[in-house]
Write a new protein. Structure first.
Lengths: 154, 1153
């Protein structure tokens, strides 16, 4: 590939310190945004050897859960407006959550309002079951997603 | 003389390049032995070897020379005559030119040169010849690594052992060495070459010697190694650590001042590197070089050095906020390594420079401006973080200057102290000017925090200066400038610090002020009295203030802890540097106050805080502790009287706390500090006195906690006594026992051994003990539990009988005491055998012979027979089931005692217990086994009996906190658990096969689970193949009952231990299917989260088994994990995700199935 990077020089942020969960048993151990965040923060960016957390694509605040209704909503912020990798990031998130949570959760993945030039179509692509399945059938894309999910380059 | 044909074959073998290394080594050894025993002379050998040494075939020649060299190495401690040494060294020297057969020549030179003087050494002339040949012929850098190493070793040896001989070579030598080490990269060779340069520098110390001309060139070679940095950190052959290499290089740099013109600029330049490691190293090298080069060399660099130190510490400080919350509070910065090293350099410079460097610091504009600007940041909360960092840095710089030397301390005081005092509103000039500060002085507005901080730092640095031992003779501190200044302000300073503690503002915003207030007081109080810096009245008022905080400000936790710590520090300082005047102040103000605190029953201060304060203060010195213990004793005695005599319920809880503190803190402290045993002895005796004097107890039977605490304290006390004292205690206790009602109660039984039935009914008729009797029994049991094996027990038989009786009443401590007795009794009584003395065999006889264990058919137990008829050890079927349960528990403890000392009778007890567990099956065959009055709940009771028999295995296998452990002097044979498990497990597993009845099987499972979970894992691993099916049975059996969850968990832990072990994995592979099934069932176990978690973790471990075994189970596991993803607990969900990934990846990434 001779194409240059889409965002050649991203701003890298510090990793937040991991909060150790208290071991003591308490009654309410429901799924909370932090738990989800723990799973997705280390997904690697498709372009750079940094995690989504380091590039500030995700934060704990951008995740909401409603356990009763079984819904998870993740809003992420692509590093630049025209990031064509936004859909790949979204796919990664969806794959990761599928691995880590019971299928009865409905997962919505969106780009943060105003953070992407083509916000509406990205959102539509990411939340369309058929399109997601179709996208993951493409070998190159599948490989890219797997690399991001299981990479140990960080 | 040995026959040449004998050893020539060894030579041939060695020279032959196709023989193995081991063969070659063996042949060297063989020839060396001949030489050592004079069966072969060196001359004969050399003559015979001539062909090998001179042949034109370079391979054979090199082997031959090497053989000769190796032989010489082996003969290093054998005396050789001068002529042979001379000719040999001549030969090797000449051979140095033979580059094709070099190694032998180097090894030969090396082994000859390393010889000790009494076995013949090489003469200086020859040494010179070696060096010349070395310099002329060796191209070190063109050789391989091993040869280079040998070359360097040779050079090191030459320089080290023959300095006089090599020194004459001068320039040539230095030049040769430069050439040899130039471009070296191997860590081992580098270590040697650094060492060579170091020795070389020692050879030519003078500024006009040959080294002076070459210093630049030599350093040019060395300079490029700084800083030592390994590019491949994880190479296999890192037998040389980076730190070692770096240290060697540092020694080389500092080896001669001649390097100074080159090294200092290099190091200074490297300081500006952006790599932290480089900076740390540079500072380290600089401080070391400063100490070696001397001030004169360094003086020209002082300004640059100061500015770089300032740069690293003050201008761009790199500190981390300390994670330790609390004590140091807001200013708790932790220096980075760079800063630490920079301060080390600073200290070195100040110490070496005799005042010229310190003036550089004191005149520094930046520091001055900073000091003058302190006024801007009055309130702590308004100080921005970078200013705080600077404040910290300045504090550190000043303290380094202060604690380095008296002169520098004086200078700092002269230039900064008045300013600091002005900020705090004080004057250093004359003491009376500050007298206007009244006792209840309150600072106007907020105190200048910066000044406060620096002032406290300076004080603690002064204290360090005074306390350092290096100053000999002890200088006259009292007349030093700083001391006079401090003397003038100390009283007012103390007032200022005290005022900080008094503030009633919300606590957290004041933390920093409080922290430094207390710290200041602490520092003031820790100046030795001889210094006159702090007067006695000031000292007293400081102690009074801190003490008043401890007694009254109990709600301000932060302040309280700080004050407490300060008092402890002051106390331990007094213990280290005793000072009679200070000591008496401390005793009268602090210790006496604490004493009156504990002994009074004033409840304004919680008991636990009182005790904490008492213990911490006491722990600073033995005399303080004795006084504190006196108070504790009084308090315990008073509250116990209140409880016993008047049934005072309110006193129960404080008493428990006092006793717990006594047993958990005070007694261990005495034990550790090697204090006298009088304390525990007196404590134990006084408790018995209390019981003796109170004939009737006014207690509810519910006060079990108090009894437990007393027993605990009693055990601890007895356990830390010597045998003699233990005898005193047990005699005292026996006296009390004999005068109590227990005795009558006993007599009614002991006379009835003939008619068992009657006796048993007697037991049953007797009601449970009176409260006082229960106390006496329990406490005697505690004493017996904690006795040493050597302690002589008077009246042992009586005690044994007594415990057997009480045991049947369900008194567990008695059972434990019996266990301890059989564990510790001597095998044979030495000396005059008294009828009342007891030895082990007798005791065991008595126990087995007692009425509860006799057989139902009346067959008597034969004394003296080596084997015990198993049927005679049955629990008497006529006794009621509830008694049998108690007897089983007793048997368990006795069995444990016997097992731990390795006594064989434990087998009989095991068999009895096993019979008890399986008695369900043959119950029908027992005629009249049911006591008529107990028919209704017999079924239930019988089940309980079986259960207690199974639980007995838990008692036998597990470690107990309350008895039979190291603390209570138990006899412990190594590996006793393993041995027991090895004998019992086969029996249990055959029984499992034999019985079908579910109730029996479940009991067997219980026993198996207990035994397995306490067996060391290594013992289990060897049996894993057999055990796994059994354990799986256990799990499926026990999963039904909620009360079994603890056992299930421990079995699961054993399984997981097997699964993660390599050998275990091989053993369990066949059973993978059933293991997975059982684990999957446990992943939904509703009663205990850790069981689910561990089950999922075990499944992860299973995924490591061979694929052929586990692949078919994949879908099953993935489905179960999908369920586990919905677990209510976070930990389980997280493990489930891991498990899913592990199983998904054994085929493809896909989680679909």
């Amino acid at each position: 590939m001779t194409l240059g990077l889409i965002n050649a020089n991203p701003v890298v942020h510090a990793k937040k310190e991991r909060v150790a969960r208290t071991e003591e048993p308490h009654d309410d151990d429901a799924i909370d945004p932090l738990e989800i965040y723990e799973y997705v923060r280390d997904i690697r960016d498709p372009e750079h050897p940094y995690s989504l957390e380091q590039l500030s694509v995700l934060s704990e605040e951008s995740i909401t859960v409603d356990e009763k209704l079984g819904r998870i909503l993740i809003t992420f912020t692509p590093t630049i407006q025209h990031c064509s990798m936004a859909t790949v990031i979204g796919l990664c998130l969806r794959e990761k959550l599928k691995d880590c949570f019971h299928p009865h959760f409905k997962v919505d993945i969106k780009v943060a309002p105003g953070s992407h030039a083509d916000e509406e179509s990205v959102n539509k692509q990411l939340n369309d079951k058929e399109r997601v399945a179709a996208a993951l059938e493409i070998p190159n894309l599948r490989q890219l997603v797997d690399e991001c999910l299981y990479s140990s380059e960080l | 003389m040995a026959d040449p044909t004998q050893w020539v074959k060894h030579v041939e073998l060695y020279v032959n390049s196709s023989s193995t290394a081991a063969q070659q080594e063996a042949s060297v050894d063989a020839i060396a032995n001949l030489l050592k025993n004079d069966l072969l002379t060196l001359e004969a050998l050399v003559r015979e070897m001539e062909m090998y040494l001179t042949t034109t075939d370079s391979i054979i020649r090199s082997r031959g020379i090497l053989l000769l060299a190796e032989l010489l190495t082996q003969l290093r401690s054998k005396r050789l005559n001068d002529a042979s040494i001379e000719s040999l060294i001549g030969f090797f020297t000449e051979r140095l030119a033979d580059w094709k057969a070099l190694r032998g020549a180097i090894v030969g030179c090396l082994s000859l040169l390393r010889r000790k003087s009494h076995v013949g050494v090489v003469t200086d002339d020859k040494v010179k010849a070696v060096v010349q040949s070395y310099l002329q012929n060796l191209q070190v850098q063109s050789l391989g690594q091993h040869d280079r190493k040998l070359c360097f070793q040779l050079m090191e040896c030459l320089l080290d052992r023959y300095p006089a001989a090599v020194r004459d070579l001068g320039d040539n030598l230095i030049y040769g060495i430069c050439e040899a080490i130039d471009g070296e990269r191997d860590p081992q060779c580098l270590m040697l070459s650094f060492r060579i340069v170091e020795i070389l520098a020692g050879l030519f110390p003078g500024p006009s010697g040959p080294l002076a001309d070459f210093a630049g060139d030599l350093f040019g070679i060395l300079g490029c190694y700084f800083p030592i940095h390994f590019t491949h950190p994880k190479e296999e052959d890192v037998d040389v650590k980076r730190e070692e290499l770096s240290r060697a290089l540092m020694l080389t740099y500092a080896s001669t001042p001649l390097f100074a013109p080159f090294s200092i600029p290099l190091l200074l330049e490297k300081l500006s590197s952006s790599l932290p490691l480089t900076k740390v190293e540079s500072f380290k090298y600089l401080s070391y070089c400063t100490s070696k080069y001397g001030v004169d060399r360094m003086a020209e660099h002082f300004e640059t050095l100061w500015s770089s130190v300032k740069d690293a510490t003050y201008v761009s400080p790199q500190t981390n906020l300390s994670t330790e919350v609390g004590f140091m509070s807001e200013m708790g910065f932790q220096d980075s390594d760079i800063m630490k090293q920079a301060f080390v350099l600073l200290q070195e410079l100040v110490q070496q420079s005799n005042g010229s460097f310190i003036s550089l610091i004191l005149d520094d504009e930046d520091i001055k401006i900073f000091m003058n600007s302190l006024n801007q940041y009055e309130d702590f909360d308004n100080i921005p973080i970078d200013i705080r960092q600077r404040l910290h840095a300045v504090g550190r710089i000043i303290s380094v200057c202060v604690n380095t030397s008296i002169a520098s301390c004086n200078k700092v005081f002269e230039s900064f102290f008045p300013l600091l005092m002005t900020y705090l509103g004080l004057s250093v000039a004359e003491p009376h000017e500050n007298s206007c500060l009244a006792e209840d002085y309150n600072p106007p507005g907020r105190l200048n925090f910066g000044a406060l901080y620096l002032c406290v730092e300076v004080l603690s640095a002064c204290r360090y200066l005074v306390g350092s031992d290096e100053l000999t003779p002890i200088p006259d501190f009292a007349n030093q400038t700083w001391c006079v200044m401090l003397h003038n302000v100390s009283k007012s300073l103390a007032t200022v610090f005290v005022s900080l503690l008094r503030s009633n503002v919300a606590e957290n915003s004041q933390n920093a002020y409080i922290c430094y207030g207390v710290k200041g007081l602490q520092n003031l109080a820790m100046f030795p009295g001889s210094l006159l810096a702090v007067s006695k009245s000031t000292y007293d008022s400081i102690l009074l203030k801190l003490m008043s905080v401890v007694t009254s400000d109990i709600n301000k936790t932060f302040l309280w802890t700080l004050a407490m710590n300060a008092l402890v520090e002051i106390g331990s300082f007094l213990d280290k540097c005793p000072d009679s005047e200070r000591l008496s102040s401390y005793e009268s103000i602090v210790v006496e106050k604490i004493f009156s605190l504990i002994s009074s029953d004033d409840l304004t201060m919680p008991v636990s805080l009182k005790l904490q304060a008492a213990f911490e203060i006491g722990a600073t010195g033995i005399n303080f502790m004795l006084r504190v213990v006196e108070g504790l004793d009084e308090a315990i005695s008073a509250t116990l009287s209140a409880v016993y005599a008047h049934g005072n319920r309110k006193s129960v809880e404080p008493t428990i706390k006092l006793l717990e503190y006594y047993s958990n803190k005070v007694l261990p402290w005495f034990h550790k500090s090697g204090g006298s045993e009088e304390i525990p002895l007196n404590f134990a005796l006084s408790i018995w006195d209390k019981i003796e004097n109170n004939r009737s107890f006014n207690l509810d039977s519910l006060e079990n906690e108090l009894l437990d605490a007393t027993m605990m304290a009693m055990k601890q006390a007895v356990g830390s006594c010597s045998e003699g004292s233990q005898e005193k205690i047990i005699n005292k206790a026996l006296g009390v026992l004999l005068s109590s009602n227990c005795l009558e109660w006993m007599k009614s039984i002991s006379g009835n051994t003939q008619s068992e039935v009657e006796g048993l009914q007697q037991i049953h008729k007797l009601d449970s003990f009176a409260i006082r009797d229960e106390w006496i029994t329990s406490l005697i049991a505690s004493i017996v539990i904690a006795l040493c094996p050597q302690t002589y027990i008077q009246n042992g038989k009586f005690i044994l009988q007594f415990f057997i009786t009480t045991l049947l009443n369900g008194h567990v401590p008695s059972a434990q005491a019996l266990g301890s007795l059989v564990n510790k009794l001597p095998l044979k009584i030495t000396g005059t055998p008294l009828s009342k003395n007891l030895c082990l065999d007798e005791a065991v006889d008595m126990i087995f012979h007692s009425c509860i264990w006799t057989s139902y058919n009346g067959s008597t137990y034969e004394r003296g027979s080596s084997e015990i008829d198993l049927s005679s050890l049955r629990l008497c079927s006529l006794s009621p089931e509830s008694d049998k349960i108690h007897a089983t528990i007793g048997l368990a403890w006795i069995g444990k005692g016997l097992l731990m000392r390795g006594h064989e009778k434990v087998k009989d007890i095991t068999m009895t217990l096993l019979n008890c567990m399986i008695s369900d099956g043959d119950r029908g065959s027992l005629p009249n086994s049911k006591h008529p009055s107990l028919v209704c709940n017999d079924e239930d009771l019988h089940h309980q009996l079986m259960k207690s028999a199974a639980d007995a295995f838990h008692i036998i296998m597990s470690d107990s906190e309350s008895c039979l452990n190291k603390r209570y002097h138990a006899t412990i044979r190594p590996l006793y658990k393993q041995r027991f498990s090895n004998t019992v497990m086969p029996i249990l597993s055959t029984l499992m096969l034999k019985y079908d009845s579910p109730s029996i099987r479940s009991m067997l499972c219980r026993a198996i689970a207990y035994v397995v979970s306490d067996t060391p894992l290594t013992a289990i691993l060897s049996e894993a193949k057999k055990l796994i099916p059994l354990l799986l049975d256990c799990l499926s059996m026990m999963v039904e009952d909620i009360t079994n969850k603890e056992i299930i968990y421990s079995v699961l832990l054993v399984i997981s231990g097997i699964l993660v072990d390599k050998n275990g994995q091989d053993a369990v592979a066949e059973n993978a299917h059933s293991i997975v099934n059982q684990l999957i069932e446990l992943t939904t176990y509703p009663h205990m989260m850790v069981i689910r978690e561990t089950a999922v973790q075990c499944l992860v471990a299973v995924s490591e088994l061979p694929h052929t075994r586990i692949y078919p189970l994949r879908t099953q596991v993935l489905r179960a994990m999908l369920k586990a993803l919905d677990d209510p607990k976070w930990v389980v969900r997280q493990e489930a995700v891991r498990c899913r990934q592990a199983w998904a990846s054994i085929a493809s990434r896909s989680l679909h199935f």
